[in-house]
Every structure is written in structure tokens, then in C-alpha cells.
Design a protein around this ligand. Structure first.
Ligand SMILES: CCCCC/C=C\C/C=C\C/C=C\CCC(=O)SCCNC(=O)CCNC(=O)[C@H](O)C(C)(C)COP(=O)(O)OP(=O)(O)OC[C@H]1O[C@@H](n2cnc3c(N)ncnc32)[C@H](O)[C@@H]1OP(=O)(O)O
Ligand SMILES: Cc1cc2nc3c(=O)[nH]c(=O)nc-3n(C[C@H](O)[C@H](O)[C@H](O)COP(=O)(O)OP(=O)(O)OC[C@H]3O[C@@H](n4cnc5c(N)ncnc54)[C@H](O)[C@@H]3O)c2cc1C
Length: 666
């Protein structure tokens, strides 16, 4: 039987101080009591699977052992999931994603199978193609990944070099990687795990290029797992994080696949080689839009994990005295510590709220596309790009801030903050590099600005541009609603400035593309400001909406958090607000005080708020952040697992140190 330890006394006191019902907030964050129950039930089953317990912490395993252990555990996880889903509902993707952490500790080699392979078959395949591959993929009789990026190109996907040349005689495509730069590079699981992949390649018919399209390709023998003839596949080696994701490379040499393997929901190649264009060629990029939306949810979760670790640790940790002769204080009582940590809690809420409405917008566009309507696609693309970019970047900054807030112990692998950081920082690059995605949104914003100048009706997310053009700047008030308007004014002002900068360069004789490049620093700043306005506006609106359906005590805390988020960003961007809105120096002084008041209001609820994220110790995997707060004991227990502590004298002493010291003495 597992030993039950006493909960740290500081944490007990913190939990007694909490003014709201933690469970109520957990249900709200999960999307309902049923979802929480389902999640807890599944996590509980996993907790009791003996084979999933690691005897040796993963950090001490070799690269190869770590991967093999991850595959072993992923297969067990999948079987447990299948059994669970046979008896009950299909688990929600978010619950699967969370539970995965309790098992893999890092990134699963099956991540891309569930994250992109299956969704691409659904999003890009015809009903016949779905009928052929989906049952096998869902049951994991075939395992796949999404192979788009190449050594030479990740961002500019129109420049991909893998070719798929149609041979009408045999009704096949011939796949080739003409140069080293054409090799696929990065896809998760591709190294040694998957036997199939979605390959994105340039389509050629009768010598004519038809752009990039997705193909479903079997790359390994299903029985022997050996690469099929014409396939060169392998793993790309160690990275900053993603240790067990098994990212790989892939090259093709005259590799033939049947015509039906081109995913043809959007564009088709008929038997005789006729190319049938789709409604919009950018629909081929559909899986990326979906994943960008999901990354907002991932960012919320990673921020919640880091906040849970750092807030609990800050409640347990005592260091220095505030006043002489008084005991050392809990570090959470330093205002600077609250400044580092409470924004982490609020940010996670901001992203969760944003994901809720963004995901609904995504579903609406998918529904519309089914009816051949694509009016809202450009707006969704612009929103998913800037919100993916901003949420992943903010999450990266916050996770690092939480690590720093844990002092030296935050640097320990056993704090789990390094792994969480490895994950969050990767998300800033993958699925569309940060700057590149901000520039995609900027492209949309420039068009929106032009439409606003022409007096056209704009999509809801940019409608503030019309208001800004029509009205004088609103009289400043330090209310959340007026501050959000202020953020919109900053965005509108920066959008106008970037637009004018482009025009200035064009008037001076530059090509539009060069003018764009010359204005691009301003363009990304405009995009960031737009993103912040969207985040604050959406978070505020969602909080107002949910507040009416929760208990008054919880509504009050949610209100403190949203205010903290808005005031924090007001103070962070005060310079911009002074330039573009009616805020005055005195308003900023008042908001500084307001911010300090909010920190004080949140302080008694800090531990309750992170408890409400309901991240189990098995998922958190942190010596610093466990529910019971046994920080020092756990640090020592984990240190004792080091192989270097298994023998009193390491052999290197006899081999190297002893002769070295002897020589030094002479
Ligand atoms: C809830 C639980 C979650 C669990 C898991 C969640 C997630 C995790 C899963 C997996 C993630 C793990 C690993 C990541 C895997 C990858 O990284 S896969 C590879 C991703 N690669 C990229 O993202 C590449 C980025 N590049 C691009 O997207 C494009 O090249 C580009 C930058 C957009 C440019 O494309 P281009 O064709 O050159 O277009 P151009 O800039 O010329 O624009 C033309 C018009 O097209 C519009 N447009 C562009 N993209 C889209 C789109 N996706 N949808 C709709 N429209 C689009 C663009 O706005 C332009 O419109 P105009 O009207 O002409 O202005
Ligand atoms: C952990 C991880 C997992 C991944 N998994 C997968 C996967 O499963 N499948 C897959 O296909 N891919 C995957 N990728 C690849 C990933 O999608 C690409 O790395 C990403 O899209 C960025 O492309 P790139 O590497 O070509 O960067 P580059 O485009 O070369 O970026 C380098 C620099 O150039 C700048 N830059 C590039 N173009 C422009 C421009 N137009 N304007 C201004 N600046 C520009 C960028 O801002 C950046 O600073 C993964 C990557 C990582 C790190």
C-alpha cells in the first residue's frame, strides 16, 4: 500500500484561506462536472497500472532506452484508453492529452498520429478515403504522422521539393526527393515508430506543376516494420526538448503509390490525369489551422502546470525576513513573487477562455465549408495565426518566469519545469513559426484597414477599426471595458502606422513586396497589439458571461483574475497606450495601485486557484509542485535515485582522479 504523507502545514493553511469552492472552478475549467469525472476516472485507472510506473527516472535512461520505454508505455496507454472507451464515452482530446503526461512524461511518439494524421484523413479525405483509412487509423492498426516540413523548407510550403508525378498508365503517383534539401525533416514519430504518413508533395501531371497536395503513404512493412524499397527513413537525433517524440527524416526514390492515395476532398486527379481544382487551394492547409487552434489550449495547460508548481512551491518555501526578529516568510508573501506568479494563473484562464470561443469559430467554419461557404475562413486563419503565435510565446515566457520564481530548485530536472519549457518553446516554432504567423495576420489586417477606409462592413474581430475611424477616442476611465477599448485603439493605431509605412515606401518607388519587408517590424507589432486586444476582449466577455452562472464567491475571484490580466497588460504596454489612447499619466498611477490591490485580493486564493486546475501529481511530475508540498523530502528522494549515488566510490576515482591528485601533490 502506498504511504500516505502528511500535507505540508503551510499548504493546509493556504487551503483553509480559500474563499471559493475549488471543485466548482475545476468543473468550469473542464467544461462541466461530467468531463471532470470522466477525466479523473481515467487518470485513476492509469495510476493503478503497475507497468506504467518507471523504476528508473527517465532522465537517467539513454536516448534509445528512453524512446523504447516511451513506445512501451504509449502502447499500454492506448490499450487502457481502448478498454475505457469500450465501456464509456469516447474521451475528449483534452483529457487524453492531459493524461498522456502521467504516462510519457515528455512527448509521445504517437503525438502526431492523434494530433495530425487522423485529423488530416478526416479533413482532407473523401468519404471513400475516410472509410478506407479512418477505422484502421483510429484503431491504430496503422500508425501515421504528418510529413510536410523538409530540410530546406518549413515555412514556405509552396517551395516544398518532394515531387508526386502522376503516371496515368499505371494510375499511380511516383514520389521522389530530388535533393538533400527535399528530405522530410521533423515529423514526430517518423524516426522509427510510424508505418504510414501524410506526405505533402508538389503534384506534377504531364510535366505541369499543380502545387502542393497531401498523399497518404505507407513507408514500412506492416509485418517486419522494415522501410519499403524506395524509402529512406530515420531519426533526426537529440533536440532541446521533445526527447521521446521520435522526430524523423524521410526520402523517396521512385516510390509508387496508387492514385487513390492522394487525399482528394479538396482537389482531385482523375484517372486520365485531369486535375480538378478545389474551391480554395488553401483548404489543403486545413489541418494546420486546426492544430493552431488547439495550441491555444495546450498553452493554457502548460501555463497551468507551471503555475501549479511555482505557486505551491512559493507557499511552502520560506526565505529571508521581511522584518528583523520575525520568522522567515513564505516567499509567496513577497509582492515581487506574486507579480511573477499570479499573472501565470490569469494567463492560463485567458487562454482557456479564448480557446473556448476560437474552437467554436473553427467548428462553424468547418460546418460552412461543408456547405461550400468560405466567408469566415480568412478571419479564422488570421485569428488562429496570431492567437497561436501569442499564446505559445506568452506560455514560453511564463513557464520560464515560473522556473526563475523557484530559484535554484527550479533548475532541477525533477521540478519538471525544464521539460515543460522544452515543450512550450517548441510550440513557438512548430505549426507555423511565430513571426511568420504574425505576418499572416498582418496581411489580413492591412486588407481590413483598407476596407475600413472604404467604409465597408468588417468581420467582428476587426470591427473596432471602423469604430476607431468614426469616433473620437473615448474619454479614458480605468474600467476593464474602457481599457479593452484602449487596447483596440493601440491596435488600430499600429495597423494604420504600418499601412502608412507601406504606402510611403511604395510612393518612394519601392515594389509592394519590398515595402512590406521594410514595414515588417511595424507589421508584427500591429499583429501583436491586435492579438492582445482580442485576448483581453474575449477573456472579459467570457468572464462576464460565465459569472452569471457560477456562485457569487467564484464570480468574484474570476473577476479579480480578469482584471489582473487586463491591468497587467496595461502597465506592460503603458507606452503604447500613452501614444495611441487617451490614457494619462495619472490613470497609470491609479492602475499601479489597482494592480497591487488585485495581487492582495488574489493572494489568499492563490493555492486554491492552482488546485482548481486539478493537475494530479502523476501528471505534474514535480518535486516542487506536488499536492502535499513535501518539497525537500521529494528533492532528496529523487536525488537518491541518481545512479551516481548507488556506490560510495565511483570507478572514475581510481581511474582518473586518484592519479591526477597524486600528480598534483608532487
Ligand atoms: C486539445 C488537445 C490538443 C492536443 C494536441 C494539439 C496539438 C498538437 C499536435 C501536433 C503539433 C505537433 C507538432 C507540429 C507539427 C508541425 O509543425 S506540421 C508543419 C507546420 N507547418 C507550418 O505551419 C508551415 C507554415 N507555413 C504556412 O502555413 C504557409 O506557408 C504560409 C506561411 C501561410 C504561406 O503560405 P502561402 O501559400 O505562401 O500563402 P500566402 O502567404 O501567399 O497567402 C496567400 C493567401 O492564402 C491565405 N492563407 C494562407 N494560409 C491559409 C490557411 N491556412 N487557411 C486559409 N487561408 C490561408 C492568406 O491569408 C492569403 O490570403 P490573401 O487573401 O491572398 O491575403
Ligand atoms: C519540435 C518540433 C516538432 C515539429 N514537428 C513537425 C511535424 O510533425 N511535421 C512537420 O511537417 N513539421 C514539423 N516541425 C517543423 C516546423 O513546422 C517548422 O520548423 C516550422 O514551421 C518553421 O519552419 P522552418 O524550420 O523552416 O523555419 P524558417 O522558416 O527557416 O525560419 C527561420 C527564421 O526565418 C524567419 N522567416 C522565414 N520566413 C519568413 C518570412 N516570410 N518573413 C519573415 N521572416 C521569415 C523566421 O521568422 C525565423 O526567424 C516541427 C518542428 C519542431 C521544432
Amino acid at each position: 500500500m502506498a504511504t500516505v504523507h502528511k500535507i505540508n502545514e503551510d499548504l493546509v493553511k493556504e487551503r483553509q484561506k480559500c474563499t471559493f469552492n475549488v471543485q466548482e472552478l475545476t468543473y468550469l475549467l473542464d467544461g462541466g462536472e461530467e468531463v471532470t469525472k470522466e477525466r479523473r476516472e481515467f487518470e485513476n485507472i492509469l495510476r493503478n497500472v503497475k507497468e506504467l510506473q518507471d523504476e528508473v527516472p527517465e532522465v537517467y535512461l539513454s536516448h534509445k532506452e528512453r524512446y523504447e520505454n516511451a513506445v512501451r508505455k504509449t502502447c499500454i496507454l492506448q490499450n487502457v484508453r481502448n478498454d475505457f472507451e469500450k465501456k464509456r464515452e469516447v474521451l475528449s482530446p483534452r483529457n487524453i492529452f492531459r493524461a498522456g503526461y502521467a504516462v510519457i512524461k515528455d512527448v509521445s511518439p504517437f503525438f502526431l498520429h492523434n494530433g495530425m494524421f487522423v485529423p488530416t484523413i478526416i479533413g482532407q479525405g473523401t468519404p471513400e478515403q475516410q472509410a478506407e483509412w479512418l477505422p484502421k487509423a483510429k484503431a491504430m492498426a496503422i500508425i501515421g504522422t504528418y510529413a510536410q516540413t523538409e530540410l530546406g523548407h518549413g515555412t514556405f510550403i509552396r517551395g516544398l521539393e518532394t515531387t508526386a508525378t502522376y503516371d496515368a498508365k499505371t494510375e499511380e503517383f511516383i514520389l521522389n526527393s530530388p535533393k538533400v534539401t527535399s528530405y522530410k525533416w521533423w515529423p514526430g514519430g517518423l524516426g522509427t515508430t510510424v508505418n504510414h504518413c501524410i506526405t505533402v508533395a508538389q503534384l506534377y501531371i504531364n510535366g505541369k506543376k499543380y502545387g502542393i497536395h497531401p498523399f497518404i503513404v505507407q513507408i514500412r512493412d506492416l509485418e517486419t516494420h522494415k522501410p519499403l524499397p524506395g524509402i529512406k527513413v530515420g531519426e533526426i537525433g537529440p533536440k532541446m526538448g521533445f526527447a521521446t517524440a521520435n522526430n524523423g527524416f524521410l526520402g523517396f526514390q521512385n516510390f509508387r503509390i496508387p492514385r487513390k492515395n492522394m487525399l482528394m476532398k479538396n482537389a482531385q486527379v482523375l484517372k486520365d490525369g485531369t486535375f480538378v481544382k478545389g474551391m480554395n487551394e488553401k483548404l489543403t492547409y486545413g489541418t494546420m489551422v486546426m492544430v493552431r487552434v488547439n495550441i491555444v489550449s495546450d498553452s493554457a495547460f502548460h501555463t497551468a502546470m507551471a503555475a501549479t508548481i511555482a505557486v505551491r512551491y512559493a507557499a511552502v518555501r520560506h526565505q529571508s525576513q521581511l522584518k528583523a526578529k520575525e520568522p522567515e516568510v513564505q516567499i509567496i508573501d513577497y509582492l515581487t513573487q506574486q507579480h511573477k506568479l499570479f499573472i501565470a494563473i490569469a494567463t492560463s484562464h485567458a487562454f482557456s477562455n479564448t480557446y473556448t470561443w476560437l474552437y467554436q469559430a473553427y467548428l462553424k467554419v468547418v460546418e460552412d465549408l461543408g456547405k461550400q461557404k468560405q466567408d469566415h475562413l480568412p478571419e479564422l486563419h488570421a485569428l488562429s495565426c496570431c492567437l497561436k503565435a501569442t499564446s505559445s510565446r506568452d506560455a514560453g515566457v511564463i513557464v520560464e518566469q515560473c522556473r526563475l520564481a523557484c530559484g535554484g530548485h527550479g533548475y532541477m530536472a525533477s521540478s519538471n519545469l525544464p521539460i515543460i519549457y522544452g515543450y512550450t518553446t517548441a510550440a513557438i516554432t512548430y505549426e507555423g513559426e511565430h513571426t511568420v504567423l504574425l505576418l499572416q495576420t498582418a496581411r489580413y489586417l492591412m486588407k481590413a484597414w483598407m476596407s475600413a477606409l472604404e467604409g465597408k462592413v468588417l468581420a467582428p474581430s476587426v470591427a473596432y477599426l471602423v469604430d476607431w475611424l468614426k469616433s473620437d477616442k473615448q474619454r479614458w476611465q480605468n474600467t476593464p471595458e474602457v481599457i479593452v477599448k484602449g487596447f483596440q485603439h493601440v491596435a488600430a493605431g499600429k495597423i494604420k502606422d504600418a499601412f502608412d509605412a507601406i504606402q510611403k515606401h511604395v510612393k518612394a518607388g519601392k515594389d509592394y513586396e519590398d515595402a512590406w519587408n521594410l514595414a515588417s517590424v511595424q507589421l508584427i507589432k500591429a499583429s501583436e497589439a491586435h492579438s492582445r486586444a482580442i485576448l483581453c476582449d474575449g477573456y472579459l466577455r467570457e468572464t462576464v458571461r460565465t459569472s452569471s452562472s457560477v456562485s457569487p464567491s467564484l464570480a468574484k475571484v474570476l473577476n479579480h483574475l480578469v482584471q489582473l490580466y487586463i491591468v497587467y497588460w496595461t502597465l506592460e504596454t503603458a507606452g503604447d497606450l500613452l501614444v495611441y489612447s487617451n490614457i494619462g499619466k495619472d490613470d497609470i498611477a491609479v492602475l499601479k495601485e489597482k494592480y497591487e490591490e488585485l495581487l492582495a485580493l488574489i493572494r489568499p486564493n492563490a493555492v486554491g486557484l492552482v488546485d482548481a486546475f486539478d493537475i494530479s501529481d502523476e501528471i505534474l511530475q514535480s518535486t516542487l509542485g506536488s499536492y502535499d508540498g513535501r518539497v525537500y523530502e521529494r528533492l532528496m528522494e529523487e536525488a537518491m535515485k541518481s545512479p551516481l549515488n548507488k556506490e560510495p566510490v565511483n570507478q572514475s576515482f581510481h581511474k582518473y582522479l586518484k592519479p591526477f591528485i597524486k600528480k598534483a601533490k608532487l
